[in-house]
Design a protein around this ligand. Structure first.
Ligand SMILES: [Fe+2]
Length: 210
């Protein structure tokens, strides 16, 4: 828990390609709910700690609220990464020779293979997120499936590209079975400059073999 509270951020994303303003408005409201609930849980947990200890009879309620923190915190943070890596006038792929293309090539052999993996993860059945992470210790990229918001995140890794594949991300624009169309729309709105600003180069603290 923490004594500070979070403020929901504002995002200017109207006019995206294939993701309607109506969807975004609804999605911003959901995001604001995660911020609110993160603050709410923090405050309620704080009340248990006011006397400097967690009494035995408080433990079940205290535990339940604390267990929920991972869901709410990640719900807040992942949505911020997601909204931040889209923009009006985005582009499907990064420019040839760009930092991301080079990093994908280093880690996957080619950008195309990286993309096949990321899109494949996005199509996986279930409610969650497709994530491209960078290991800050060696620069390696890896793609991951996150169940809900909190299961599968890799501790200490940096989110580089984040795609929400909960149905609320596309249900007003596509049918539930049309997730591939949403993924295509998502890719056409990617802000690759924002993505590349998250990348770090020149680190080697965790060795890998080729
Ligand atoms: Fe979402």
């Amino acid at each position: 828990m923490s004594l500070k509270s979070y403020t929901a951020r504002q995002f200017n994303l109207s006019g995206l390609n294939g993701i309607s303003d109506q969807t975004l408005e609804m999605h911003f409201k959901l995001y604001e709910g995660y911020v609110k609930e993160t603050n709410n849980l923090t405050e309620r947990i704080g009340k248990f700690l006011e006397d400097g200890k967690v009494d035995q009879e408080e433990m079940p309620a205290y535990s339940e609220l604390t267990r929920r923190l991972g869901f709410e915190y990640n719900g807040m943070v992942l949505h911020e990464y997601y909204f931040d890596n889209m923009k009006q006038g985005g582009s499907v792929d990064p420019e040839q020779g760009s930092k991301f293309i080079e990093a994908a090539k280093e880690s996957f052999g080619s950008y195309e293979i990286w993309k096949a993996d990321f899109v494949g993860i996005g199509k996986m059945r279930g409610v969650g997120w497709a994530m491209c992470y960078q290991d800050p210790n060696n620069g390696n990229l890896s793609n991951h499936w996150i169940t809900l918001h909190q299961v599968g995140n890799v501790a200490g890794f940096t989110p580089i590209l984040v795609m929400d594949v909960w149905e609320h991300a596309y249900l007003l624009d596509y049918k539930p079975a049309e997730r591939p169309k949403y993924i295509e729309a998502f890719f056409s709105n990617i802000d690759w400059q924002a993505v590349e600003a998250r990348l770090k180069t020149g680190t080697s603290a965790r060795p890998m073999t080729a």
